[in-house]
Design a protein around this ligand. Structure first.
Ligand code: DGL
Length: 264
């Protein structure tokens, strides 16, 4: 059996990333771990998020012998990636570089917005990477923690979600950015409402879509692509599998069967 690709997130949001990976790489086998017992990571310290991330990565490497790790959680990508890259020999793909790569490739990029959890925005990880890749851009970052709860509630396009989005994104109202990085696993499900608020002039950069492209390129470059047929995804969570399966199916876009509980 060929080695799988490991994907982890603080919970179910990373399923938006897995959805893109499965679509772009149908012959790969994925093992997903959602740390539902310790979610959210968004308000936790760098030390804690790094410790959790390393525990999950160790589990995926020792138990599943993964060939590549995708850190689907933007908060973990912002806070733990440098430490993880020092530890592991396998490629570790986070969400920051793929989004920044896309921003740098845009024609209009003089103003770039970033939205994410408190941890992601406070870390400055996106801003640092953008400063290197698009030095001329004006970067504005806004933490939008309530959007995670709205997405999990399934309130993706109602009066409440529109009001919360309008409040958070009010600094962009009179001056929309050329691009907005959706720097959190949960935001892709709110894309419609965000696009309606900002208008068609702003390109929305989805971390899952961009990461799937980067993983595709990496597998080709390292000749690590699976040669098998359509493969499957396995799901593990650190808390109640039932809630994950029920709400997570909205993020993944299809039913989630056989979600198993794991102790790290
Ligand atoms: N997965 C997290 C992220 O992308 C959002 C949820 C959390 O705070 O753990 O930043």
């Amino acid at each position: 059996m060929e080695n799988p690709i490991g994907v982890f997130d603080s919970g179910m949001g990373g399923l938006t990333v897995l959805k893109e990976l499965v679509q772009a790489l149908p012959s790969e086998h994925f093992v997903y771990v959602g740390d539902t017992a310790r979610v959210p990571y968004g308000g936790k310290s760098a030390e804690t998020v790094t410790r959790y991330s390393i525990e999950i990565a160790n589990h995926l490497i020792t138990r599943h012998d993964i060939k590549l790790l995708v850190v689907a959680c933007n908060t973990a990508s912002s806070l733990a990636l440098p430490a993880m890259r020092k530890i592991y020999k396998i490629p570790v793909v986070g969400m920051i570089d793929p989004c920044v790569r896309r921003a740098a490739a845009l024609r209009r990029k003089s103003s770039i917005g970033v939205i994410g959890t408190l941890g992601t925005v406070r870390s400055g990880a996106y801003e640092d990477a953008l400063r290197g890749a698009v030095p001329s851009a004006k970067v504005r970052s806004i933490p939008c923690p309530l959007l995670v709860a709205l997405a999990e509630e399934g309130w993706t396009d109602n009066d409440i979600s529109r009001a919360v989005i309008a409040e958070y994104l009010s600094p962009f109202r009179s001056d929309p950015p050329d691009a907005l990085i959706l720097g959190c696993t949960h935001y892709p499900v709110l894309k419609g409402a965000i696009r309606d608020f900002l208008g068609e002039g702003t390109v929305l950069i989805d971390s899952g879509e961009e990461a799937a492209m980067v993983v595709d390129i990496l597998l080709s470059e390292t000749q690590a692509r699976s040669k098998g047929e359509a493969r499957r995804a396995e799901f593990f969570v650190t808390d109640d599998p039932e809630r994950f399966a029920r709400i997570g199916s909205g993020f993944f876009g299809r039913e989630l069967c056989d979600v198993r509980r794991v102790t790290l």
